[in-house]
Design a protein around this ligand. Structure first.
Ligand SMILES: [Zn+2]
Length: 151
């Protein structure tokens, strides 16, 4: 019985709003949806109502709305890029700063090892560069990496 009246309890009566039930007239092997409100007696052929429901569903089919989906996608990407443009630039800028700091630290270590500078200078600048690196790391964590987003 189920395949013939799959919409029972899902559909509601157009007159009184109560869920429709299904039943079969066994002699004729015909299926119906029926409202159970006594005064209502709304009665519909299952074949008719099922195919009507299929037509309604057809309007929501995704492939028909493909153009709309493509437009929504394009618009979403555009808005995302607009909203994050500054942050992507920030991220790249911070990445560059990070590389510069690392280079400075390496050079400082070399000069210290080569005895071009003494311990005082080494520790003073080492502290400064380390602080810079930590601040940079904090800002980088908040920025948005380029390449993650759709372009
Ligand atoms: Zn009814």
């Amino acid at each position: 019985m189920f395949p013939y009246i799959p919409l029972k309890r899902f559909l509601t009566c157009g007159h009184c709003g109560k869920p429709l039930r299904g039943y079969i007239v066994k002699k004729k092997n015909l299926h119906y949806y029926k409202c159970c409100t006594k005064a209502c007696n709304n009665n519909k052929s299952a074949t008719t109502l099922n195919s009507l429901f299929e037509k309604v569903l057809d309007r929501f089919k995704i492939d028909r709305a493909k153009d709309v989906i493509d437009l929504i996608k394009q618009q979403t990407v555009a808005v995302f890029n607009q909203l994050t443009a500054g942050k992507q630039d920030d991220y790249q800028h911070l990445q560059r700063q990070h590389r510069e700091i690392v280079t400075k630290i390496n050079r400082l270590e070399e000069r210290y090892v080569e005895e071009e500078i003494g311990g005082d200078l080494y520790h003073k600048y080492r502290q400064r560069y380390d602080d810079e690196r930590i601040r940079n790391r904090g800002k980088t964590d908040e920025a948005i990496p380029a390449g993650v987003e759709p372009r």
